[in-house]
Design a protein around this ligand. Structure first.
Ligand code: UDP
Ligand code: MG
Length: 314
C-alpha cells in the first residue's frame, strides 16, 4: 500500500502513579494497533504527569518493546488537564484520541471512532451509558453539575462525556490555539464545536492503582468548569442586591409609618441581628465569588506555561 496515503492515529494517555497498569495498557493498545495496521499508523503520546512511583521506568521499558510509544516526562505533577494539553501539543496524528491509561476507556472503541471519522465526523464523542463504577455521591452530583453548568454557560457540555473522544487534526489545531492557561479540557473541547457524533460505551472498572480524584478535587473541578465558561455567578449579585434593597426599602417604609402612627417600641434586637447577619453573609458570598474570578484573572495574567517538560523520549 502507498505509505503516503496512510493516516496516523495518535492516542494521548496521561499517566499519574500507574506503575502497575503500564504494561496492561500497552498490551491492549498493541491489540488495537494490530487490528488497524493495514490502514493506519498508530502512535501513543504517553505523558508522565510527575508520578511518584515507577511509572516513568515502566514507560521506558514499554517503549523498548513497542516503538510506537513517545514518552513526555513532566518536571512535576501538573494535573490531568495539563497532561492532555501536552499530549495534544505533541501528537502528530490525522486524528487524536485522549484516553485514560487505567483502561477505564476501552481502547477497542477507537476502531468504531475511526469509522465515524471516516464517515466525515470531525469529533466522535464516547458517552458512558452507566455510572456503576462511580461513588453514589458522584453519580448524583455529576448529573446536577451538567444541568447547572449547561443552563448558565455559553457552551453545552454533553452529559456523561469525558475526555475520551476522537478529534480530527483540525479540531486539535483549534484547541491548541486557545490561549488560556487554566485549561478545563471538557469545556474547551465543547467550545471549539465542529461536526460531532456520539457513540456509547460502558466504563470499565479500574484494573490497577486507584483514582486520584476525591470528592474535594471533583468539587473544585466543577467550580473550575463553571467559572471557566460562565459569568452568571458574577451577575447574579446585581439581581440579588436589587431584590434585597427593594425588600429593605419596603420594610423601611413600613417601619417609618409604624413609628409615625404607633410610636417607637424599642425591642428590636432580633430583627436587627437577623438583618445584619443575613446581609453580611450575602455580602461575603458575593465577595467570595468575585475572588474566585479574580483568582482566575490573576492566574491568567501571569502567562505561565501550562506544563514544564523534563524530557521527551521519542
Ligand atoms: N491523571 C493524571 N494526572 C493527575 C491525575 C490523574 O495524568 O494528576 C491521569 C491518570 O493516570 C488516569 C487519568 O488521568 O490515566 C484519569 O485519572 P483517574 O483514573 O484517577 O480518574 P477517574 O477515572 O477516577 O476520574
Ligand atoms: Mg480512572
Amino acid at each position: 500500500m502507498n505509505s503516503a496515503a496512510r493516516k496516523k492515529i495518535s492516542l494521548v494517555a496521561p499517566f499519574y502513579n500507574e506503575e502497575n497498569g503500564v504494561f496492561a495498557f500497552f498490551e491492549r493498545i498493541e491489540a488495537l494497533r494490530l487490528h488497524v495496521q493495514d490502514r493506519y499508523d498508530l502512535e501513543v503520546v504517553a505523558v508522565n504527569d510527575g508520578s511518584r512511583d515507577k511509572t516513568l521506568e515502566k514507560l521506558i521499558e514499554a517503549k523498548a518493546v513497542w516503538s510506537f510509544i513517545k514518552v513526555i516526562d513532566f518536571s512535576r505533577n501538573f494535573g490531568k488537564e495539563a497532561a492532555l494539553s501536552a499530549g495534544l501539543d505533541h501528537a502528530s496524528g490525522d486524528a487524536v484520541v485522549p484516553i485514560d491509561s487505567d483502561l477505564q476507556h476501552p481502547p477497542e472503541m477507537v476502531i468504531e471512532m475511526i469509522q465515524k471519522w471516516e464517515e466525515g465526523f470531525e469529533v466522535v464523542l464516547a458517552k458512558r451509558t452507566d455510572r456503576d463504577t462511580d461513588r453514589a455521591v458522584q453519580r448524583v452530583t455529576a448529573n446536577y453539575f451538567y444541568r447547572l453548568h449547561n443552563s448558565i454557560s455559553d457552551i453545552d457540555i454533553p452529559a456523561d462525556v469525558g475526555d475520551f473522544r476522537l478529534m480530527d487534526a483540525k479540531v486539535v489545531e483549534a484547541i491548541k490555539a486557545l490561549p488560556e492557561s487554566r485549561r478545563f479540557m471538557k469545556g474547551l473541547f465543547a467550545w471549539v464545536g465542529f461536526k460531532t457524533t456520539t457513540l456509547e460505551y460502558k466504563v470499565a472498572a479500574r484494573e490497577h492503582g486507584h483514582t486520584s480524584f476525591n470528592t474535594w478535587k471533583l468539587w473544585n473541578f466543577a467550580i473550575e468548569g463553571i467559572t471557566s465558561f460562565s459569568s452568571v455567578p458574577l451577575r447574579v449579585w446585581t439581581y440579588l442586591g436589587f431584590a434585597i434593597s427593594s425588600l429593605a426599602f419596603l420594610y423601611g417604609i413600613y417601619l417609618i409609618l409604624k413609628t409615625l402612627f404607633f410610636g417607637i417600641d424599642t425591642p428590636g434586637y432580633a430583627s436587627i441581628m437577623i438583618a445584619i447577619l443575613f446581609t453580611s453573609g450575602v455580602q461575603l458570598i458575593g465577595i467570595g465569588v468575585l475572588g474566585e474570578y479574580m483568582g482566575r484573572i490573576f492566574a491568567e495574567s501571569k502567562r505561565r506555561p501550562v506544563y514544564i517538560i523534563r524530557e521527551i523520549i521519542s
